[in-house]
Design a protein around this ligand. Sequence first.
Ligand code: DAH
Length: 357
Amino acid sequence: MDDLRDKYLGLIGAAEDEAALETLRVDAVGKKGEISLKMRELGKMSPEERQVAGPALNALKDEINSALAAKKAALADAALDARLREEWLDVTLPGRTRRQGTVHPVSQVTEEVTAIFADMGFAVAEGPQIESDELNFDALNMAPDHPARQEHDTFYMSLPEGANRPPHVLRTHTSPVQIRAMQAQGAPIRVIAPGRVYRSDYDQTHTPMFHQVEGLAIDRDISMANLKWCLEAFVAAFFEVDSAELRFRASHFPFTEPSAEVDLRCSWVDGQLKVGEGDDWMEILGSGMVHPHVLRWGGVDPDQWQGFAFGIGIDRLAMLKYGIPDLRAFFDSDLRWLRHYGFGALEVPTLHGGLSR
Ligand code: DAH
């Protein structure tokens, strides 16, 4: 019995896994195990021998069983320890994007533009995509017979029967949000208004729905110089260059006076846009000093307040910055295109963290 105890306790102590333990259990205390066989021999013993051997064998069986249980628990503990050592997770690591879904370049650029102007103190304003004819045109100094109306290939909503007003329109620009923001908030005011706009147009650089961001800054003494600095700072930040050079070209918009179209100094090297250098100029936005008529529509007294406004095409900014050749593909929902040009959902653009990293 002592030999049996030494043998099995030794083997159990040395067992390396649960399978080995199970084999030992069968060999020792299983139906045909060595100890079970010994117990069968009890029948052949004299009563005196049996009285001694019986309890001793039972005690040995119990001892082996508890050694097996203890070893099994120890093996499980060791396995858990090893797993914990192997499978640790550093929760301080930055999130890793799985790129299942991606952020559309238009959303990305909208976020970038918003981050830049927020840093300059501009809040975000919003307006409806179905806009009244009055706010989309009249309030912006485009009376019903104004020729500039024809330049916008406007989508008109159907007019309810008996309605005594012009039909609403799908807004042709984000400029009506200027009026809404001034009416809601008065002056001084500093807002941008990114959003969808609509015009009936379709080719490589035009889609019937596209995106603009409007800017509006009104205060006592805001001048064209402030406009120029603001736009230069914006363009440098957006294209992530040290400085950008802009050219203000006299132009005409009904809602600004004076008005300027703004070109960006750039060059094209192997089809890649380089900003801030080169001999090319590229038109990127319209701007000017807000027309008194527009201020009045917004409930702001033009004898007290003045300021600038601008309008930029968001899709065009995205095409330029990220080298995307055809605007129409933006809205095709082609997964291959989205995966190629999309941005990681966790890479939120910030000025300090990087806009497009
Ligand atoms: N609303 C103009 C357009 O869609 C863009 C624009 C030009 C907006 C000059 C402005 C501005 O605020 O001052 O073509």
